[in-house]
Design a protein. Sequence first.
Length: 310
Amino acid sequence: MAIPAFNHFLDLAELSSDQFWGLLRLAKRLKDERREKGANEPILAGKSLALLFQKPSLRTRVSFEMGMQHLGGYAFYLSPAEVGLGSRESAADVARVLSGYVDGIMARVFAHQDVTDLAAWGSVPVINGLSDFSHPCQALTDIFTAWEVLGDLEDRTIAYVGDGANNVATSLMMAAGKVGLNVRIVSPAGYMPTAAVVEASGAEVSVTDDLDGVQGVDILYTDVWTSMGQEAEREERLAVLSPYQINQSVLERTGNARALVMHCLPAHRGEEITDDVADGSASILFPQAHNRLHAQKAILAHLLGGVPLI
Ligand code: CP
Ligand code: NVA
């Protein structure tokens, strides 16, 4: 039976496991196609994507621009100062204006409500390129990377160490729930996910403040302790989260000589992760970053190109 299509990519809670797997398989097809033939079919010829940013970016901006180009389409960057989403103009008005010009909107915002408003008021697909609540493009990429490296993900376990309440941790749990990957959140009190997020993820999630939670896991994952927009809390966060650094000793504490290390990047090296681990043999940080391109091409092919999920 065909997998139902979806119209926006705002949050993984809105996607079924079948739709998520459909995206993973499409990402693999597009990645393989480019590797084998040197290029993708121009399935987005004549299509355009606006990249709307309220926050800085390297990976998200460049991977979406290049992803559109690989598929024959066109993308352009709109800076925070230019658009003034929510200050110069409301998300509702921005969405209605852009919908007359482009075939899709990718937005990186502070308030998650802004991406939902863009989708509600516009008439073109909207992709969440990170909000304070979630980072679904990252999590799709992370699972795609884990699937590539580990193969079957059923009964594998990933430990997310650090700020377990942030956008990356939230989306990682949601994504894990789609593929049967078990999650351990290892975070201090005050930085643990809410019961509502754990419940919504549908994943097998355990939450602890004890670093022994990393024992036996297949993957260690971390992200910055101070996310964009939380800069005023930096000192307080450093003090509470510093015992949760991923270093050689935490890697050894997994007891798994084949354990892998992931990080969505950018990293604050020397804070949440040490150089020796980030650059060591367990690290898959850069293949993970590169996969943003392939995972997002699947989202674009489906939303803007109508490529069915199979
Ligand atoms: N991981 C990620 O989203 O990176 P950027 O902030 O550089 O886009
Ligand atoms: N949690 C980080 C992720 C950056 C890609 C942030 O929101 O700043």
